[in-house]
Design a protein around this ligand. Structure first.
Ligand code: SAM
Length: 382
């Protein structure tokens, strides 16, 4: 594990360093407290110096807000929409790096020894596992851990389940869940409603990239006897198992496969991949960005060999990438056709986006036009 070191009260000290987005440990660390001015903090952080916070917890939040105001995004769109979006991502990355240089040390057992600090022990244990000794983390990361803990406690209400799912730290959360109703209402492929060759058989569904397991739960509630849920993110698998247990569906949902497809075949394969092509820079972004469209293409090319006769694949996909110039509709239709699939139908919904005020015009405009579709796909030969 990597470590940071700093000088405090004439002593050299060290602590392990943890970063969820794989930020390397800062080489230079200054101790900072409530006396630090936002201009100084911003100047130091912008040139790469980490500020180890020893002041008041709430003042650290205020300092971050003041630093954030000093990081300006270039306005206006120049070049193609894809270039504008790329610049916006670069700005977001720069902002995350600068703000991530305000850091704290969590003591043994994740004890946070700052004035007016909340008890972060439970939240950190949920996110990181049991404490293995003092560890330094970005204050922004700790805020994410605390916020995830609150969502996990409170849950996200899912109308289609008439119940809540409880997202874990680092797992894609279905907060804007209009797409869930598509999966709850799309017509099931015929074969899943009838006996197979006159003999009753277990109806099986796969949920690829299950996240919280919300779609697996919807499928189990729709009558599938067994739902195999997969994800590349082990935290998602643990989260899906937790939710299946809470919803009383643990006997029908198995979430054990780290990867895309489980072995075998299903009557229905549902996949809600990250909807933007690009490289994720954090675990949560792994729900939004699909590098080289690997998941989308993996789902399409693997579908035929994982379907039972009469089965269908349901691709849930937002067209935001099309509005941002990152993918065309023709690209998608070509990928479907070259995987040997036909489109049996398409249902659509419009996602809602609260407060896009921080977005540049390009993104706000693209979000206003965004439509999420459920594509019903079948092998051409079926
Ligand atoms: C948009 S989220 C959808 C989560 C959940 N199915 C839902 O509808 O709320 C995409 C999920 O796919 C997972 N994922 C991304 N790439 C993957 C891959 N190559 N194989 C399996 N899962 C992947 C992510 O970890 C994330 O949980």
């Amino acid at each position: 594990m990597s470590a940071i070191s700093w000088t405090e009260a004439d002593e050299t000290r060290t602590a392990a360093w943890h970063s969820e987005n794989a930020t390397p440990p800062p080489a230079e660390v200054h101790v900072a407290d409530d006396r630090m001015k936002a201009d100084t903090a911003y100047r130091l952080a912008a040139k790469g110096t980490a500020l180890l916070w020893r002041g008041d917890f709430h003042n650290a939040r205020q300092l971050l807000r003041a630093m954030d105001r000093r990081i300006r995004e270039p306005r206006g769109s120049q070049g193609t929409p894809a270039q504008t979006f790329y610049r916006h991502r670069q700005y977001r990355g720069h902002r995350a790096r600068v703000l991530g240089r305000l850091i704290v040390v969590l003591g043994d057992g994740y004890d946070l020894d700052l004035h007016r600090a909340p008890d972060v022990r439970q939240a950190c244990t949920e996110a990181y596992g049991p404490s293995t000794g003092p560890v330094a983390v970005a204050f922004t990361e700790l805020q994410g851990v605390l916020s995830a803990h609150q969502w996990r406690e409170k849950g996200v209400h899912i109308p289609a389940l008439d119940a809540s799912v409880h997202p874990h730290y680092g797992v894609f959360s279905p907060i804007r869940g209009e797409y869930i109703d598509l999966v709850a209402n799309a017509p099931l492929p015929d074969r899943t409603d009838t006996a197979f060759d006159g003999i009753a058989y277990d109806r099986v569904a796969f949920d690829l990239g299950t996240g919280t397991g919300v779609l697996a739960a919807v499928l189990a509630r729709r009558g599938f006897d067994r739902v195999e849920a997969t994800d590349v993110n082990p935290r998602a698998l643990a989260c899906a198992r937790d939710n299946a247990e809470r919803l009383g569906l643990a006997d029908r949902i198995a979430a054990t496969t780290t990867g895309l497809y489980p072995d075998g075949r299903a009557d229905l394969v549902v996949c809600n991949p990250p909807w933007l092509p690009g490289r994720p820079v954090s675990a949560v972004e792994g729900g939004v960005y699909d590098p080289d469209a690997a998941m989308l293409n993996g789902f399409l090319t693997g579908l035929t060999e994982h379907l039972r006769p009469g089965g269908e694949g349901w691709l849930v996909l937002s067209d935001l990438a099309e509005h941002l110039g990152l993918r065309t509709r023709t690209d998608l239709l070509d990928a479907i056709a070259s995987a040997g699939l036909t489109v049996a139908g398409r249902l659509e919904t419009r996602p809602t986006h609260p407060g896009p005020e921080r977005d540049p015009d390009l993104l706000a405009d693209a979000r206003r036009r965004e439509v999420t579709s459920l594509w019903r796909l079948r092998p051409e030969t079926a």
